[in-house]
Ligand binder design. Structure first.
Ligand code: MTE
Ligand code: HPA
Ligand code: MOS
Length: 754
């Protein structure tokens, strides 16, 4: 089966929020935002905007009937700034009018007097000024302090890790429609429909049941719409509330990039101690997260950094410290990997530095320290069904690492200005929201009298193929053709209290909820069938290809006949299924627990060619062995591996966010912010899924796949570094990302030592 939306996407028929024909008298909204990093609002001048022909309303914090608060984890975020502004791009007012051009003009007519206050953009500076969110978090295992004495070599270093713009194709947007009886319906491009519902209700001062949020699909989210789709939906709702008209708010690309948060930049200090054979005995790391102006999801992101700070390695003595530092930038937020990439990058940097000092190949140190079955992570969980070594060995063997090594050595001996490099990148990624209560989902299934089926879940289709997965699961479980099943939009009236679609867990959670709901309907249908056939064991009744079988033999009954018979016997043909991931827990104060249902394992080998005269490089190949459990839909799963890899490669190499000293984003357009394109991606990508690797939690043996492959991209940094060292063996290179061609060139020729 192909992805169910492939044809409609290719033809441009798939509808997004603003593709649906506008309802009568719909108005448009645009946002006026702060142009300073930090300051006290002295006066806001909206009169010139309000007097513009076609402007219907200009709304500010004063116009919020409920509570001006949209912080999800900590209530520290206003929808519209009331007294102070904390970053360039912070929303202050919403202009509503009859056509988009007029409201943009209105925005340009607003001015604001601000008394500027000191601002900070660097996380370590913020930390020193005690601008932190919540208390720092520490995970510890063994005893690092005494372990240093047993080490033959101790190396220290620092990483300066860049952020990343999500660049979903569809910018942030929402359409709010007022309905009868103080009810509002919001079509939002959000990963978290229930979050939009709760916050819109809070902003309007009404109860959750009066807000209906409907999501058909997203043109990409990548974490950028887990929390940060909420403000725009709330602003549209606020405007609809005041004007009593439908209102649409669509961010222009430049505004989206400027106003929304990104992947968190980190500054991290590491210290690593090894034996002369390269066994890691101790590792200490301090992560200073650049959280931006509000908490948003930063604390959870930091937790995931800590959980993944030792990546695929077992280290007996570890201390991991992390702190969220409040800076005057747009609040950074969820982005594929959710903090894990930063933690892993520092670990890989520490290994690189040790390897260079010991004069050993980096991959030899990696191989010596790989995680084994039952090894304990610094947060106390044990590695179970650990396939780190399996994926590593399979990658080394089937992709012929010795040959790669030899080929690259030979190439480098015979080439002066061109150098090749390679790196191995193992990944071990925990599956489940680390915030345990979020690991719940529900599904609603209706079977209609003609035998067709409707499935609603709390999962959002954001391009990752969720609808295709849910459809495959439903069709397989029911034993009917996929064409008879409709996957519905995600809607808060049909599905309540959903967790955002995130943490790669959407299919795990909502797929299992779908299985449970369908199981209930099937159970009732089997009882009807057993009665009709006068057989005692209803468990022996199965449905295959829309035929009803007993004990594997045809009964002459079809799915349609069974459904009709059940209906005439007044049997309930609808069911609600609820799933909560079993056996997970975590004590945040202690930093101990078993927060993950399981881990996803894999290993990538990345090869690059570097032009040492120009600093430019090509990624020649990426070869991956990935632990997927059993594919639900092979093409969807492969798409996720390749797409995640592309984003990871971009983060490490070319995606360079630059702010000036006034906190204005300099790389705020696609002319200045480069992302990988089809030419950058290697022609040679191989992905092998481990066989016989079924995950019992499923559904259908499947393992979550959305985020883990992102982190294979980290390997490209070390492959380029490898090539740089072949050209300049004496230089000490930094661990500063992204490793843009410009940075490569500077380090090869100007920044000789550190
Ligand atoms: N793939 C596409 N095409 N578009 C997306 O927005 N988001 C990623 C990943 N893959 C994303 C994607 C992120 S951040 C996550 S957490 C998962 O998909 C979410 O979906 P899942 O839970 O179904 O894997
Ligand atoms: N991943 C993604 N989103 C989340 C998480 C997580 O672990 N926890 C809370 N939101
Ligand atoms: Mo993904 S960062 O968990 O939305």
């Amino acid at each position: 089966m192909k992805r169910i939306d492939a044809a409609s996407h290719v033809r441009g028929e798939a509808q997004f929020v603003d593709d649906v024909p506008p309802p009568a008298e719909m108005l448009y909204a645009a946002v006026f935002s702060s142009s300073v990093m930090h300051g006290k609002i002295l006066a806001l001048h909206i009169e010139d905007a309000r007097s513009l022909d076609g402007v219907v309303a200009v709304l500010t914090a004063k116009d919020i009937p409920g509570e001006n608060q949209i912080g999800t984890v900590i209530p520290d975020e206003e929808l519209l700034a009331s007294e102070e502004v904390h970053y360039v791009g912070q929303p202050v007012a919403v202009v509503v009018g009859t056509i988009p051009e007029i409201v943009q003009k209105g925005v340009r007519r607003i001015t604001m007097d601000v008394a500027e206050l000191p601002a900070v953009t660097d996380p370590k500076e913020a930390f020193l000024e005690d601008k932190i969110i919540d208390t720092p978090q520490v995970f510890a295992l063994g005893d690092v302090d005494t372990a240093w004495q047993k080490c033959d070599l101790i190396v220290e270093g620092l990483c300066d890790i860049g952020g990343q713009e999500h660049l979903y194709l569809e910018t942030q947007r929402a359409r709010a429609i007022p309905l009868e009886g103080d009810v509002i319906c919001i079509h939002s491009s959000t990963q978290g429909p229930s979050l939009v519902q709760r916050h819109a209700a809070k902003i309007l001062g009404i109860s959750n049941c009066r807000v209906e949020v409907d999501v058909k699909r997203l043109g990409g989210g990548f974490g950028g719409k887990e929390d940060q789709a909420t403000p725009w939906a709330c602003m549209a709702a606020l405007a609809a509330w005041h004007t009593k008209k439908p209102v649409e708010l669509v961010l222009r690309r430049a505004d989206d990039i400027r106003m929304t948060g990104k992947r968190h930049p980190y500054k991290s200090d590491f210290k690593i101690g090894v034996t002369k054979e390269g066994k890691i005995l101790a590792y200490e790391v301090k992560h200073y997260q650049n959280s931006g102006s509000t908490a948003d999801l930063s604390l959870a992101v930091l937790d995931r950094t800590l959980f993944h700070s030792t990546n695929s390695y077992f280290i007996p003595n570890v201390r991991i410290f992390g702190v969220c530092c409040r800076t005057n930038l747009p609040s950074n937020t969820a982005f594929r990997g959710f903090g894990a990439p930063q933690g892993m990058f520092v670990m890989e940097s520490a290994i690189a530095k040790v390897a260079e000092k010991l004069g050993m190949p980096r991959e030899d140190i990696q191989a010596k320290n790989l995680l084994k079955e039952n090894d304990v992570f610094p947060y106390d969980q044990q590695a179970r069904n650990c396939r780190t070594r399996m994926t590593w060995d399979k990658a080394v063997e089937s992709y012929q690492l010795p040959e790669i090594r030899k080929r690259i050595e030979d190439y480098n001996k015979t080439h002066f200005e061109m150098k090749k490099g390679f790196a191995l990148m193992p990944v071990c990624f925990g599956i489940s929201f680390t915030t345990t209560y979020m690991n719940q989902a529900s599904a609603l299934v209706h079977v209609y009298t003609d035998g067709s089926v409707s499935v609603s879940t709390g999962g959002v289709e954001m391009g990752q193929g969720l609808s295709t997965n849910i459809l495959t699961i439903a069709a397989r479980t029911l034993g009917i053709r996929p064409g008879r099943i409709k996957i519905e939009s995600t809607n808060t009236t049909r599905t309540a209290n959903m967790s955002p679609s995130a943490a790669s867990a959407t299919t795990v959670l909502n797929g299992n909820a779908t299985l449970i709901a369908i199981g209930q309907v099937l159970d009732r249908l089997r009882a009807v069938m057993a009665k009709e056939l006068c057989v005692p064991e209803k468990e022996k009744i199965t449905i295959v290809d829309e035929k009803v079988l007993y004990n594997g033999n045809e009964t002459g009954w079809t799915w349609n006949l069974l459904v009709q018979t059940a209906y005439l016997n007044r049997i309930d043909l609808s069911a609600h299924g609820f799933f909560a991931t079993p056996k997970i827990y975590f004590d945040k104060a202690e930093g101990k627990g078993s927060p993950f249902a399981y881990h996803v394992f894999g290993t990538a080998i990345i090869e690059v060619t570097l032009d040492c005269m120009r600093g430019i490089y090509d990624v020649d190949s990426v070869k991956i062995v990935h632990d997927l459990g059993r594919p639900i839909n092979d093409l969807v799963d492969r798409g996720q591996v390749e797409g995640g890899l592309a984003q990871g490669l971009g983060w490490m190499t070319m995606e360079d966010l630059r702010f000036n000293e006034k906190g204005q984003l300099l790389s705020g357009t696609l002319a200045t912010y480069k992302v990988p394109d089809v030419y950058f991606m290697p022609d040679d990508i191989e992905v092998t899924f481990l066989e016989n690797a079924e995950e019992p939690l499923g559904p259908y043996g499947n393992k979550a796949v959305g985020e883990p492959p992102f982190m294979y991209g980290i390997g490209v940094f070390f492959a380029i570094r490898h090539a740089m060292r072949a050209f300049r063996p004496q230089n000490e290179f930094t661990f500063t990302s992204p490793l843009t061609p410009e940075r490569v060139l500077l380090q090869l020729y100007y920044e000789k030592s550190h």
